[in-house]
Each structure stands twice: as structure tokens, then as C-alpha cells.
Design a binder for this molecule. Sequence first.
Ligand code: SF4
Length: 296
Amino acid sequence: MDYIGHIFRPPSEAESLLLQVTVGCSHNDCTYCGMYRLPEQRFRLKPLDVITRDVEEAAAFSRDITPIRRVFLCDGDALVLPTNRLLEILALIRTQLPHVRRVGIYGDARTIARKDDLELAALREAGLGIVYHGAESGDDEVLRRIRKGSNAEDAVAAAGKLRRAGIRHSVMVMLGIGGNERSAEHAAATARLLTAMDPPFVGALTTTLVPGTPLADEADAGRFTLPDPWGLLAELRVLVADSRFTRCRFHSNHASNYVPLSLNLPTDRDGAVRTLDGLLGERDRARLRPEHRRGL
Ligand code: SF4
């Protein structure tokens, strides 16, 4: 397989074939993100003949060793690919990898906005099953500060488009991304955003200060302070207690988090809120994931 730079994927795509169709991220400006900062990760589309060779290699593996059932299209915001190119890639997967049941991709409010309803429906028809979207916060002031390139209204519009197209939507939000200063606003606005988006999957991650990123520099200069574990837990409590979902699988089991939850909401809401209130009341660090076991 032709891989350039570090390859990232959502935790739930651990078993998937990782097919790199773009390099880097077309935005590459979020202040907390250190994923695509190497020179060789400068954003570009990969040539179709390179992608075709990778799919053929995977097809041989799928035929001779074990069937490939899921594919994840990398890198950072691969949904930025022109729809025609994505349809060509999905057609390749369909013909060469007949056991594939789902294709996933990273996209965000900017890239989803560029596709109209007909394009998204065509992508769904061709096999695109799920879009992973880092919405991060519902607070427009936080989104401006972290240079997300989109606002809460854009994220709600993106959710509506994916729903109309029948493409599943997995939304990631970041605990602590507003810092101490906007922690309360961030949590409340993110719960409102998730309610408005009403996605079937939500993942809450804890903000990590990655050396070399603008956010880490802000922290070093004293202009950004990450909430302590109890502040982060209080944000998580607001998300669980105040978001209203039709039916959502809500995870906080990413390795960055202090308390891993895996919930069906709204069914599990009351129990989870009681658990979080208990932890916040006790403030016993022994009940949190120890720092050395947090995957940062
Ligand atoms: S859009 Fe995603 S991959 Fe690109 S800079 Fe922002 S967080 Fe990083």
C-alpha cells in the first residue's frame, strides 16, 4: 500500500482497510491539530493510478487471505475530493472488493457543504456509508478561536444533508477545547449543537496539547489553560445531561478521556448522569483513568 506520512483513522475503523486517497488536510489550520504538519503531508489528491494499485493489492489480500469488509478513505478531510473522483474510487472498491459492506471517510461542515443533495445521494448509492465529522464545539467563539473554518450553523446544515442522503453521521466533540475561560459556554453550546444535529453517533474526546501546534504555543504563553480533570468531567456531564437525541450511541471511551462511557441515549442518560455526579462529588483521582494510561 502506498502510504505517505502518518495515517489516522477513527477508533471504530480499526478493522478497516485504510485507503489513502488524499494526503494531508485541505484546511490544515485548526489550532489544536498536529496531524498533518510534516512537509510530505502537504495537501494533495493522490493519482487515480496509485489508488487503483492499492485497491488491486487489497483485492488480492481479500481474495487469498481474509475478506475485507470495511474501507476507510484517508486522509484528514478526504470528502473534499471532487464527487466524480469519489464515485470512481467507490466503483473501484465495489468491483474489486465485493465483500466490502461499508466505506467511511472524514469530512467536516466545509466539505459536506460543497456537495449538494444529489451528489451525496449518489455517493450513498455508490457505497459511502458513514462520514466522521469533527464538529468540536457548538460555541461559535470557540470555533473562531480554534480556526475551525465553520460555525455551529454550518454543522447543523451538514447533519441535515447527510440525513437526507441516508449517510450515517458520526460527530466528534472536544472536551476542554474552550479552555477554562469558555468551558461553561462551550459545554452548553455543544449540547445545543448536538441536539440540533441529532446524529446517530457521538464521540467525546479530550483536548490534548500537541507540541508544535498554535494551541500548545498559546498554552505555553499563558493564553490558554486546559480545564483540570474535574472541569472536563463537568463538561461531559453537561453533554450527557442536556443533549437531546432521537437515538444516539454516545462514546467517551477514546483513550484521551478520564472517564470512558459507552451509552445509548436517551435510554442511559439518567444512570450516566448519576455516575458522573458521583465522580464529581467524590473528586477521587483513583476513580479516573490514570495519566499514564491516557493515550495522547
Ligand atoms: S480539519 Fe481536521 S485534519 Fe484538518 S486541520 Fe482541522 S482537525 Fe486537523
